[in-house]
Ligand binder design. Structure first.
Ligand code: SAM
Length: 248
């Protein structure tokens, strides 16, 4: 049987292509990718000529079957998405699951991922975090997302479009004073020439960005809810002597 390589590709800076990515693309028999024209640019940059096949959200099911047959015939495949790691808010899961079920070895070629790059520069507690893909655009789902975020104690990271960023910051700061006061980071165009990071509370970020034209690709990171200090906590602050005095 062939092997299926899940390849991370640059999120905007070709220099982030690992040696292992390049050698894998050179050695596989076929490259399955979201948009063949887009991935062709990456291949051209490294002078790689390889057979390509599209694998995107509209043909994932049917293409997975074809690709599994291909893998069964001892051919290796590299799966790429337009940018970053496949299967992270991108196609991949259906093929990967089918490959695992068929006993085909699935090998990660780790590379950039926008959410991880944003998390590590956030300066927030990321000892545990929640990845939420994209924030829903509207309606009940959006309201539920924001409500869940308001209760979430872990740092949350999600993708947002530049056109909706201001509305999102506005909705967050208006949901509650607690959410308005949460530390957050807007990470824009990571690894590209115009990379920018904005740090502040959601309310501060809204005031800062509301009159600016926002372009490019965005990741939002929001700190978790702080534990609400309980009344009893004051007791621990007291010295033994003070405790005794209070008890007398
Ligand atoms: N699979 C990708 C990954 O691992 O990063 C994510 C795919 S998702 C469909 C694309 C979203 O990622 C964009 O809409 C944007 O929110 C975010 N993104 C991608 N590249 C980025 C970059 N260079 N800077 C900031 N955000 C980026």
């Amino acid at each position: 049987k062939g092997k299926l390589y899940i390849c991370g590709t640059p999120i905007g800076n070709l220099a982030d292509s690992s040696q292992r990515l390049i050698s894998t693309l050179k050695k596989v028999d076929l490259i399955a990718c979201e948009d063949t024209r887009r991935s062709q640019k990456l291949l051209n940059h490294f002078s790689i000529e390889k057979k390509m096949l599209s694998y995107h959200e509209h043909n994932e099911e049917t293409r997975s079957k074809e690709l599994i047959e291909y893998l069964q015939s001892a051919k290796d495949i590299a799966l790429l998405s337009d940018a970053g790691m496949p299967a992270i808010s991108d196609p991949g899961q259906i093929l990967i699951k089918a490959a695992v079920a068929a006993g085909i070895e699935v090998i990660p070629i780790p590379g950039p991922s926008a959410f991880l790059a944003a998390l590590v520069v956030s300066g927030l507690d990321i000892s545990a975090f929640v990845f939420r893909a994209f924030i829903p655009r509207s309606g009940k789902e959006r309201a539920e997302f924001i409500e869940e975020l308001s209760l979430e104690s872990k740092t949350t990271v999600f993708y947002e479009s530049p056109y909706r960023l201001k509305d999102t910051l506005k909705d967050l700061k208006e949901f509650s004073s607690e959410l308005a006061a949460r530390e957050a980071v807007v990470a824009r165009e990571l690894s590209k020439v115009h990379e920018e990071k904005y740090y502040g509370t959601t309310a501060e970020l809204y005031s800062r960005l509301k009159d600016q034209e926002i372009k490019g690709e965005i990741v939002l990171v929001i700190a978790g809810r702080q534990e609400i200090k309980e009344e009893s906590e004051g007791w621990e602050e007291l010295s033994v002597l003070e405790h005794l005095k209070l008890l007398m």
